[in-house]
Design a protein around this ligand. Structure first.
Ligand code: EPZ
Length: 426
């Protein structure tokens, strides 16, 4: 298993190209199931999860071809053609490895009226049930049975529009319902829908395929079903979690970096905190400029929330940064019940963090110390890399396969701006 070695203390200077967003690319790839014509996606990041998704879609009869990226961050172009759906079962083995597989439920039902999708089971960051996805499908006229760990779903007369009121915000359930409703008979209203930029990106792609959608980016989305969707071309949105992670890398290591091919509005909830900590953040015509020189960042209090609030996917990275700040910070995690797995690993590097229920109290220390640590999930892994950048000595991060699921060549991007980081191949 590969490991990553970071030797702390180097400043970051230069440019980092931001890749397309994993969490936009995955649902966009799934959207190809909705049309018999080709969906051409550009700027698709080269990630383990994208490869998993391509494999899953191929099992349903989708013809998948791709041209690899020419430069780092430019992304691959995928052509996905679902001329005929030849299978409708998503097996346990793939769904348990990648929860985004569950998003095939709505599109398969919309296109062919039947789907059998494994229940994903628990996950390192929380229980992550799928009840909201199932309720949304039922509101569109789907009959659902749970048997042998699978969701067996049918809509013999096709999907019909419905009114879905989500009791709380769910990104995945909104995406599943949005995709299904594009081909349902009549009007569907999604209330308390997720407003994440990845939902807007998916909606724009569906609109380019001929879907009729209003209210994207608001908590009420209205979809007028159409009989069929056609092919389209769509570039994947820049990755806001990668953008925020590298912004915090500069904040923790110090230096001057321009993040290119991204947009500061995607991390609108992070920028005020960085500024309050004393980091300089400025939009440029290519992306975002970050600068920190010398002094220690200042403690801040943060609570994770659905978009436009502070993203849970940046919480671990922020904690690494605050572990070195001056003063005491409070981080409240409200989205997932078990997303503090990085705390004991950061503690191995000398961080002083106490967890009390959903709140982590972070007492900043002057300096972290390098140590062997273990990545526990995707975003936690990147927080250990950030901590390693600021730590004295050497940090070895084990289980980096988590990192490869969602960060495109993180170590190459960081070493190109001066970080002392390398992958140790096994
Ligand atoms: C998406 O997961 C992202 N994944 C996650 O990114 C991200 O952390 C999360 O949204 C929140 O922003 C993808 O986009 C592929 P949710 P999702 O449904 O859709 C509960 C990463 O590191 N819930 O918005 O699964 C759920 O347990 C990943 O890239 C139910 O109770 O998240 C959680 O507590 C990790 N029942 C909350 O809602 C349901 O049916 C929000 O989850 C669905 C969700």
């Amino acid at each position: 298993m590969d490991r990553i070695r970071v030797r702390g203390g180097a400043r970051l200077d230069g440019e980092i190209p931001i890749s397309g967003a994993k969490n936009a690319a995955l649902p966009l790839m799934v959207a190809s199931l909705l049309s018999a014509e080709p969906l051409v996606l550009s700027r698709v990041p080269d990630l383990a999860d994208v490869a998993f998704m391509a494999q899953l879609l191929a099992a349903f009869g989708v013809h998948v071809a791709h041209e690899p990226a020419t430069t780092l961050g430019a992304g691959a172009t995928y052509v996905l053609k679902a001329r005929e759906i030849t299978a409708t079962t998503a097996e346990y083995d793939i769904v348990r490895k990648m929860r985004a597989s569950f998003l095939v439920l709505g599109p398969l039902l919309a296109r062919v009226g039947v789907a059998k999708v494994s229940l994903p089971g628990g996950c390192a960051i929380g229980a992550r049930p799928v009840d909201l996805h199932l309720k949304a499908m039922q509101a569109l006229g789907v009959h659902i049975e749970l048997a042998e760990g699978y969701v067996q779903a049918r809509a013999d007369d096709g999907l019909k529009g419905g009114h879905i009121v989500f009791p709380f915000v769910s990104v995945g359930a909104t995406e599943n319902a949005l995709m299904a409703a594009t081909l349902a008979r009549g009007t569907t209203i999604l209330d308390n829908a997720a407003r994440e930029p990845e939902i807007v990106d998916l909606g724009r792609c569906l609109t380019a395929m001929g879907a009729r959608i209003e209210g994207l980016g608001s908590s009420r989305i209205v979809i007028e079903g159409v009989p069929r969707l056609h092919g389209a071309r769509h570039p994947v949105l820049p990755d806001r979690i990668e953008t925020g992670t590298f912004a915090m890398a500069v904040a923790i290591a110090g230096g001057t970096v321009e993040l290119t091919g991204t947009d500061g509005t995607l991390i609108g909830a992070l920028i005020p905190h960085l500024t309050a900590m004393g980091v300089e953040v400025m939009p440029t015509n290519r992306g975002l400029h970050l600068h920190r020189n010398g002094f220690r960042p200042v403690a801040v209090d943060v609570e994770t929330e659905p978009f436009p609030g502070f993203p849970t996917d940046l919480q671990a990275q922020l904690m690494a940064l605050l572990a070195t700040a001056q003063g005491t910070s409070h981080i409240r995690e409200t989205i997932f019940e078990n997303r503090f797995m990085h705390v004991p690993e950061l503690a191995r590097m000398g961080a002083d963090i106490r967890v009390d229920g959903e709140v982590a109290v972070v007492h900043g220390v002057e300096r972290l110390k390098g140590a062997p640590v273990m990545a526990t999930d995707l975003r936690a892994s990147s927080s250990l890399v950030l901590a390693g950048l600021a730590a004295e000595g050497e940090t070895i991060i084990n289980r980096v396969y988590h990192l490869d699921r969602g960060f495109e060549r993180l170590e190459d991007k960081l070493s190109a701006v001066g970080a002392n980081i390398e992958r140790l191949k096994e």
